[in-house]
Design a protein around this ligand. Sequence first.
Ligand code: FAD
Length: 424
Amino acid sequence: MSHEPPGGGKRVPHIVIVGGGFGGLWTTRALASADVRITLIDRRNHHLFQPLLYQVATAGLSSPDIAAPLRHILRSQRNVEVRLGEVVGLDAAAREVELADGDRIGYDTLLLASGATHAYFGHDDWAPDAPGLKTLDDALHIRRRLLLAFERAEAAQDEAERAAWLSFAVVGGGPTGVELAGTLAEIARKTLRREFRRIDPAQAKVRLIEAGPRVLSSFPEELSEKARKQLQKLGVEVVTGTPVNAIDEHGYTLGDTVVPARTVVWAAGVAASKLGALLDAPRDRAGRVQVLPDLSVPGHPEIFIAGDLASVQQDGKPVPGVAPAAKQMGAHVARAILDRLKGRPTTPFRYKDYGNLATIGRMAAVVDVHGFKLSGLLAWWFWLAAHVFFLIGFRNRVIVLINWAWAYWSYQRHARIILGDRDD
Ligand SMILES: Cc1cc2nc3c(=O)[nH]c(=O)nc-3n(C[C@H](O)[C@H](O)[C@H](O)COP(=O)(O)OP(=O)(O)OC[C@H]3O[C@@H](n4cnc5c(N)ncnc54)[C@H](O)[C@@H]3O)c2cc1C
């Protein structure tokens, strides 16, 4: 049990933060000058910029371009200890979290900011044949499957097999699905041009499937329509209003039609981190914890939730599961902790919505900032500036900009090395 600081020292409040994503990291940094001791626990050693994960999955960026070790990010913040480990248990009465290695860590205040993952709507058996995108491991796995599909098509012995390897489907028409499908179509039509001898990669069929009536449903209808047109211009077939009914290693079923396809990527559905279930608190359908206005857990003023694990209603609508919301919640939790330490009442959290952006492919995007709508090239520049600006670490920003400048002029994607020797 590690209640005490390493090497002794005076007893100051111990804040345990689970998750070094946008929520947890923003709380940690906002407490930099507070007289507290922080233990930041994450099962991965890095903070990940998830909005650019699809670029790793589509070979445009490499892992270190969009991730940085938490120890490095927090190296100058003396009141933090970073612990690599997976939290598997919580004893709220004893105020301890339990790690997978059996260690127990006591807290005075706990923040759970362990995020969310993708969900298969009760069809977890689809996962091996339709991988989702949440972590760097997922992105590298998808990258490998996409690149291998073209290699398998080149080596295919008959036309049906070749067509199945050149048939790609992305399930889910939210921002991630749109980004993946648009970029995949560009890879097939531009990046791989002239590299194969037996197949024409441009003949690949890229389908984006959305069960709802339109893609990018969180955007105004006219931007959804513009996104659909931009996708079609890139060569993506957009299917809306039809759910996928089955997925296996041979393909997927759309309505009543069985479609042979060897590469299906899952970009639909969200399920909150399992840690929410360790609390005796109400949760919504996705498993998010319904928190009090100050983001604390009902009945547990010493436990807070931030980011994708928190279910927060504002003006009758749910606060979206996006990075700016997680950062704002993280900063709010830090303020609430400081308020408590000073004996002041906490204040309610209010989400400031700075707008909604999604990219579709090279030079194509949609932007909605409080009713100010942009699409096409101008929107893409806006999207690029915002994403590069928010990347943590100067090195990543410079490298990402250089990679993008190169990709812009050459259509090349520099991270096309297939790793691993498993037969996917
Ligand atoms: C592919 C993809 C694209 C996205 N694109 C955008 C976008 O363009 N714009 C946007 O605003 N948002 C985007 N989002 C959403 C955004 O990334 C999330 O809203 C945000 O990351 C939520 O922050 P968080 O701190 O709650 O969780 P996360 O950032 O997911 O961080 C959770 C952390 O908790 C750790 N963790 C989880 N469980 C445990 C455990 N048991 N023990 C220890 N550690 C644990 C994880 O390793 C992780 O580091 C995207 C998300 C994905 C997956």
